[in-house]
Ligand binder design. Structure first.
Ligand SMILES: *[C@@H]1O[C@H](CO)[C@@H](O)[C@H](O)[C@H]1NC(C)=O
Ligand SMILES: *[C@@H]1O[C@H](CO)[C@@H](O)[C@H](O)[C@H]1NC(C)=O
Ligand SMILES: *[C@@H]1O[C@H](CO)[C@@H](O)[C@H](O)[C@H]1NC(C)=O
Ligand SMILES: *[C@@H]1O[C@H](CO)[C@@H](O)[C@H](O)[C@H]1NC(C)=O
Ligand SMILES: *[C@@H]1O[C@H](CO)[C@@H](O)[C@H](O)[C@H]1NC(C)=O
Ligand SMILES: *[C@@H]1O[C@H](CO)[C@@H](O)[C@H](O)[C@H]1NC(C)=O
Ligand SMILES: *[C@@H]1O[C@H](CO)[C@@H](O)[C@H](O)[C@H]1NC(C)=O
Ligand SMILES: *[C@@H]1O[C@H](CO)[C@@H](O)[C@H](O)[C@H]1NC(C)=O
Length: 427
């Protein structure tokens, strides 16, 4: 019971807080008797106040008039005579915080609910009225563990974000298939297994991020029905197969990452139709075939990462195209070479120059200790380790290694935070 009271006072103090920033400012040791002082005269819907009062509190503050400095904790609509809470963000909660169904029911005017580093237990069910009201649900390193079925009930969502929370489901389809209004869906670092969904119902999807999970199987050709898709991040999974030709139908695609999977085969010719592309990351897969010249015709392209694959032949790019890119990586492709009459070795591309037949020039035996010699070696072509693209010399090698490690770590950082919080709770 003490826990429950402490938890309630936490929620209620949050609601009444005039200064809470969503960060370190949340009080960590509240007295269970803390009550909400309404010094300004509340304009909050009395139903919400009543709900709070029935839980043992005599008055409540008005979060609607509270200035929300940085991390907006609350937002209200402008209804008269009473305003309603429409947005609530709980950040850095005490692990003791509990969310009683009655409190959640009282908050069922919320359109947006966010948890950020709140290692509390997920409510067993969100009350129906709250579910019907929610358009945005975000959970980052919070609620310990969610199930696909739990998430799938929040059907009216336009924005779903679950990051660094294990989601137990047979696949993303369990979560997504009932959500027809989704515009943005992120389920990342969620230990999610299964296949990339084959049947889509959220035809307005603009952002899809299923990165850092354990998804397997191919990228389905049905992904092309998502005609408004601008962001597609499937990086750091265990995807296999080839990219479908239908990918060229994603006409709005700006940011695509398939990095860190086991996708093979060529870059589909249809990708030449992706004229809006800004960011393309195919790194650390098993793509093969030649690198298509059409990539250099993409006017908006700024980021192109093709490193650690099995591309072959002559790199079809000239210096003016490479200069236009902010990031270009192509190292770690042992059968790929650059034409040294077109591109300078000073560009340190991490691949060998071509011989006159368009094959990577073999390193002379007496120079085999040169930094970039490893890129010519067949022995390393399959191992995908982060330092394979380091042929550019001393400046590039370590930084690429560091970057690789950083990317790897970032995929798990949320889960680690989550587990630390969990262990504190249990200990
Ligand atoms: C915070 O609230 C103000 C006004 O209510 C709004 O203009 C601003 O965009 C909000 N900031 C965030 C990060 O939501
Ligand atoms: C979604 O919203 C509609 C009203 O816009 C409501 O009738 C329906 O019950 C909601 N769905 C769920 C699952 O709550
Ligand atoms: C996908 O989500 C992860 C969070 O785990 C984030 O780091 C990454 O930037 C997101 N991808 C895109 C394209 O926004
Ligand atoms: C991830 O899922 C597997 C089974 O699907 C399970 O054994 C493992 O404990 C999960 N890891 C976490 C951190 O939840
Ligand atoms: C594309 O996504 C990556 C993360 O995968 C992110 O770092 C980058 O800023 C995004 N670029 C654009 C143009 O959205
Ligand atoms: C690419 O790899 C596949 C096997 O993964 C192979 O069948 C195909 O012939 C290769 N293509 C080229 C151009 O090497
Ligand atoms: C470099 O390549 C681009 C795209 O293929 C092309 O439009 C441009 O004319 C080339 N520039 C030079 C100097 O060859
Ligand atoms: C390299 O470029 C030059 C000039 O464009 C061309 O004559 C030569 O055939 C190219 N070499 C290879 C191997 O493609």
């Amino acid at each position: 019971m003490d826990h429950r009271l402490a938890a309630l006072s936490m929620v209620l103090t949050l609601l009444s807080s005039y200064t809470w920033t969503g960060g370190g400012a949340i009080p960590r040791s509240l007295s269970p008797t803390a009550s909400l002082v309404d010094s300004h005269g509340s304009t909050l819907d009395p139903r919400q106040l009543t709900a709070l009062q029935t839980m043992g509190f005599s008055s409540a503050g008005d979060p609607c008039t509270a200035p929300s400095p940085r991390d907006n904790a609350t937002a209200c609509d402008d209804d008269a005579p009473f305003r309603h809470l429409v947005s609530l963000r709980l950040a850095n909660c005490s692990p003791d915080l509990d969310l009683p169904t009655t409190a959640l029911r009282a908050l069922s005017t919320l359109r947006s609910l966010a948890f950020f580093r709140c290692p509390i237990a997920a409510p067993r069910r969100l009350p129906g009225p709250l579910v019907a009201s929610l358009h945005s649900f975000s959970c980052t390193a919070s609620l310990r563990r969610l199930t696909g079925v739990w998430l799938s009930r929040i059907q009216n969502l336009t924005d779903l974000s679950v990051i660094g929370v294990p989601v137990v489901a047979s696949g993303p389809a369990v979560v997504l298939s009932q959500m027809r209004h989704l515009r943005s869906a992120t389920i990342s670092a969620a230990n999610l297994s299964g296949l990339v969904p084959h049947h889509w119902h959220a035809f307005n999807l603009v952002h899809l991020n299923l990165s850092c999970n354990r998804l397997k199987g191919p990228v389905p050709s049905s992904i092309s029905v998502l005609g408004f898709l601008q962001t597609l991040d499937l990086s750091s999974n265990a995807l296999t197969g080839t990219l479908p030709d239908s990918i060229g139908d994603l006409a709005a695609l700006k940011n695509a990452s398939f990095a860190h999977n086991s996708i093979s085969g060529p870059i589909p010719d249809s990708m030449s139709q992706l004229s809006a592309l800004v960011h393309l990351d195919l790194s650390s897969n098993q793509f093969n075939g030649s690198i298509p010249k059409f990539l250099s015709g993409m006017k908006g392209l700024k980021f192109l990462n093709l490193e650690n694959n099995n591309f072959q032949g002559v790199l079809p790019f000239n210096a003016s195209f490479l200069k236009r890119l902010e990031v270009f990586k192509v190292g770690g492709n042992s059968n790929l070479c650059y034409n040294h009459t077109v591109l300078s070795s000073k560009l340190k591309l991490g691949i060998a120059p071509c011989d006159k037949y368009g094959l990577p020039a073999s390193p002379p035996p007496d120079r085999s200790t040169r930094a970039d010699s490893s890129d010519y070696s067949d022995d390393v072509s399959d191992d995908g380790s982060g330092d394979r693209g380091s042929g550019g010399g001393d400046h590039h090698g370590p930084s690429k290694l560091v970057l690789g490690v950083a990317i790897g770590l970032s995929c798990f950082v949320f889960l680690v935070i989550f587990l630390v919080c969990l262990s504190k709770l249990c200990g």
